[in-house]
Structures are given as C-alpha cells and as structure tokens.
Design a protein around this ligand. Structure first.
Ligand code: MN
Length: 263
C-alpha cells in the first residue's frame, strides 16, 4: 500500500511537471512538399526543459494567431536570404542568394505578432537578421563584398558545425554574458549576411573581431511596433548545433528562453 502511494505521488509530480513545461514554437521552412525544422533546434529545446512544437509555414493571420495562443516561447530559425528590395528597400546585389518569399512573409508576421503578444523570442542566424528586418533595420546582403574591414571567416563551410571557429566579444550585463559567464566565446559561423542598421530598441551584445554583429537583445520598448515587453534576443551563430552536440556553453540560451516562457 505504501509503495503504491509513493507510485501515485511520483505519477502526480511527473504529471504536474510535464504540465508546467513551456511549449516552445520553432519556425519551419518549406522544402519541396515538406515543412522542415532541424533536429538540433528540437533537441536543444528538450535539453533545456521545454516542449518543442514545430510551426508550419503559413501567411494566414488567423492561423498565426491561433498558433501563438498555443505556445509560450518562440525560436526563429536560420535559412535563406531575405528579399532586400521588399524588406529593406535595397536592390539585390549579385551576391544575395536564394529568396523564399512565402517564408519571408511568414517569419515577419510571426515575430511581429509574437512580440505584440509578449511571447519571448530567440532568433538564430536568419532569425536574428529577422529582428532587424521586421522592426525597421537592414542587413548587409553580403559581408565579403560590402564590409571592406571584415577579415574573419564567417562561413566555415564543411568544418563541423559543433566546432567553434571565431571569437566574439560579449557585452557586460547581457544575456550572453550571463549564460557564458565571460566576455569572450568561440562560436561557429555559417553566414554571409549580418545586421547592418540596428532596429530601434535593440542593442548589440556581441561582435566578432572584425566588428560583425553576432548577438543582439531588445533593451527598450519598441515604439513603432506593438510590444508586449517579453525578452527578445538573437545570435548570428548557431548555439543549437553546439548544444545538440553536447557542448554545454550555450545551453543557457535555451534555458533562458524556457524560463522566460514559463513566466
Ligand atoms: Mn560569424
């Protein structure tokens, strides 16, 4: 009888813990007939104690609203180049790569609606660039041809993604400083674009040695966009690949998102 009671008690606590785990939406992309999310994102959310929920690509406002009502936190994932003409009014350079118009619109609608509702957001790679594009900033379409002072290799190519290749210098007092406990870190790098003009209300929290923006945080209320006041932060590097591979350095970024989502 006693053993059975303990079993029931354990079941109760397990159940209530699961019920409390925040649901973290992860934005997908289209590949042929499929909606795709990398397992590294899914697994990083699980490792941080969240419940991952893959969000299919849609541009329907009512669908987006309903999805946001079902999640507590949001990760905007990496991917294609944004359409520079449509989103920040620049002619496309030859080096601008493939554009995914449906995903552009999905990403912008999703992050604006999430921020308006006060849902915490972590943006990774394109997801960080999205924070600029969606809230009034702009991008370098191509670092090698546009940023003459840039000398760091930001595309590590076939070098394994779990392996950090360049340093970043981290701002004191930022989420990234809190997570790493340091003002320096070594990160992976898979990008030829980066934030050029910062959106109002955001702050740069890490740069590579050549000055490229590698992390941002929202630090003041957004004036020109609806803003529910939740934490919004981004990285140009890919912490999910390192986390999924067992490197504990950036697990705290996902734990931060999960703990903010639990509020
Ligand atoms: Mn980089």
């Amino acid at each position: 009888m006693k053993r059975f009671s303990i079993f029931l008690l354990a079941l109760f606590f397990t159940g209530s813990l699961l019920a409390q785990s925040p649901i973290i939406g992860i934005s997908s992309y289209r590949s042929g007939a499929s909606h795709v999310v990398g397992n590294t994102y899914v697994n990083s959310v699980r490792m941080a104690g969240g419940v991952p929920l893959i969000i299919p690509v849609t541009t329907d406002d009512a669908q987006i609203e309903a999805i946001l009502n079902a999640i507590d936190g949001l990760i905007m994932t990496g991917g294609e180049d944004f359409d520079p003409l449509k989103w920040y009014g620049e002619e496309p350079l030859r080096a601008n790569e493939q554009i995914a118009p449906e995903r552009d619109e999905f990403d912008v609608k999703l992050i604006r609606a999430a921020v308006a509702k006060g849902i915490p957001v972590l943006g990774i790679c394109r997801g960080q660039q999205l924070m600029s594009v969606a809230f009034g900033g702009s991008l370098y379409q191509d670092i090698p041809s546009q940023v003459k002072s840039s000398y760091v290799k930001h595309r590590q190519g076939d070098t394994p993604g779990y392996y950090g290749t360049h340093t970043i210098t981290i701002e004191k007092g930022s989420i990234l400083a809190e997570v790493t406990g340091s003002n320096k870190a070594v990160v992976n790098s898979f990008h030829h674009q980066a934030i050029k003009a910062m959106p109002a209300g955001f702050k740069v929290t890490a740069r590579s040695a050549d000055g490229i923006i590698e992390a941002v945080e929202r630090v003041a209320p957004l004036k020109d966009y609806a803003d529910g006041g939740a934490v919004i932060f981004g990285t140009q590097f890919h912490p999910e690949i390192m986390t999924n591979a067992g490197n504990p350095l950036f697990l705290g970024l996902f734990q931060k998102l999960v703990s903010e989502a639990a509020k």
